[in-house]
Design a protein around this ligand. Structure first.
Ligand code: NDP
Ligand code: GDR
Length: 328
């Protein structure tokens, strides 16, 4: 039975990856940090099948212990401060968590189990103010936020450990991917949750930032399969994972609101609070390398993804509201 250690397992990607690896017969170990209120929402269905290890990205001793306990064949390093907008007010925490902690994890693997295969969650945010379109593995980086800068460090330190210590270390340059488990502050989920609340009469406006930003949005459930495929190859390498389509935030609003029979223009208010100090205007990935070498493909398209998220939020908000009405 193969053994995998996942950091960031309580997040969106970690939860889909855990389910996927369990379905493949893996023994899954999940690193969990101490929080005042435990947060298992995303992993509810598989919580009891995961072997939990207490640890924090910033605490090398705990990561060494996590690798020792799990004795992994594969390590998926997904944990990070992952919200771009939060990286301006918290640049140093973002640097510690999203950049330096990658070295902590690589060191833990190098010291305890250097033969383990390592996946680093790199990001299309590294392309930032894009130098070419579409973006591919060879496109130079030009990050536009403290988050993007931190991810560039994480990417290069992963490449460096591969080249310095001959470790099987891969970096997946993933473009935006979403799901009903996406954090509520990210734009797709903010919109699907907002649409559900407006449709149910619980909210009357949705305050947004830059509607012209263009993103290449895919489904998280498809993207975690690419992570696994990267670690099954003969040689470690880096891959872009994307849909090859780009859509604006405005289009996202149109699709989500019209799905429930509403016109977004009657509800959306532009609020400078959600406009970023520096924006990534356009992302569009070319994932032909992943398609050819990994045989990776995506199943869920943009419209289907957004409608799935609206459906799930309608169900959840309706149930929460009914429960509230019953109690009060
Ligand atoms: P989430 O924000 O949903 O999950 C982040 C995870 O990191 C959570 O499990 C969180 O734990 C954990 N974490 C944060 N800080 C620490 C810490 N100090 N110690 C241990 N764990 C910690 O992110 P996603 O699932 O969306 O993304 C996964 C990774 O992929 C991230 O590195 C992200 O930057 C990267 N990425 C994501 C993309 C996307 O579109 N989703 C695209 C490209 C890259 P807790 O639950 O306790 O907060
Ligand atoms: P992003 O995702 O920054 O691309 O990073 P996010 O969904 O936060 O923003 C996408 C685009 O939407 C614009 N936008 C708004 N964004 C938010 N969150 N809220 C708003 O109200 C709003 N209005 C407009 C943003 O300006 C931006 O252009 C995500 C994260 O998952 C990263 O961890 C990951 O690395 C990248 O995707 C790839």
């Amino acid at each position: 039975m193969k053994r995998a250690l996942i950091t960031g397992i309580t997040g969106q990607d970690g939860s889909y990856l855990a389910e996927f690896l369990l379905s493949k017969g893996y023994k899954v170990f999940g690193l969990r940090r101490r929080t005042s209120t435990p947060n298992y929402e995303n992993v509810q269905q598989v919580k009891d099948k995961i072997t939990w290890i207490s640890g924090d990205l910033t605490d090398l001793a705990s990561l060494i212990e996590a690798v020792r306990i799990s004795d992994p064949d594969e390590v998926y390093n997904l944990a990070a401060q992952s919200f771009v907008a939060a990286s301006w007010p918290q640049p140093l925490a973002t640097g510690h968590l999203t950049a330096i902690s990658v070295t902590n994890m690589l060191e833990a693997v190098r010291i305890v189990k250097p033969s383990a295969r390592f996946y680093q969650a790199s990001s299309s945010e590294m392309f930032g103010k894009v130098v070419e379109t579409p973006q591919r593995e060879t496109t130079p980086f030009y990050p536009r936020s403290p988050y993007g800068v931190a991810k560039v460090y994480g990417h290069w330190i992963t490449v460096n450990y591969r080249e310095s210590f001959n470790m099987f270390a891969c970096s997946g340059i993933l473009f935006n991917h979403e799901s009903p488990r996406r954090g509520l502050e990210f734009v797709t989920r903010k919109v699907s949750d907002g649409v559900a609340r407006i449709k149910l009469g619980l909210k009357h406006e949705l305050r947004m930032g830059n509607l012209e930003a263009l993103r290449d949005w895919g489904f998280a459930g498809d993207y975690v399969k690419a992570m696994w495929l990267m670690l099954q190859q003969e040689e470690p390498d880096d891959y872009v994972i994307s849909t090859g389509e780009t859509h604006s935030v405005r289009e996202l609003l149109e699709v989500a609101f019209s799905y429930v029979g509403l016109d977004y223009q009657q509800y959306v208010v532009i609020d400078p609070e959600f406009v970023r100090p520096a924006e990534v205007d356009l992302l569009l990935g070319d994932c032909s390398k992943a398609k050819e070498k990994l045989g990776w493909k995506l199943d869920v398209g943009f419209k289907q993804l957004i409608e799935m998220m609206v459906d799930e939020d309608l169900k959840r908000v309706r149930a929460e509201n009914n429960a509230f009405l019953l109690v009060n």
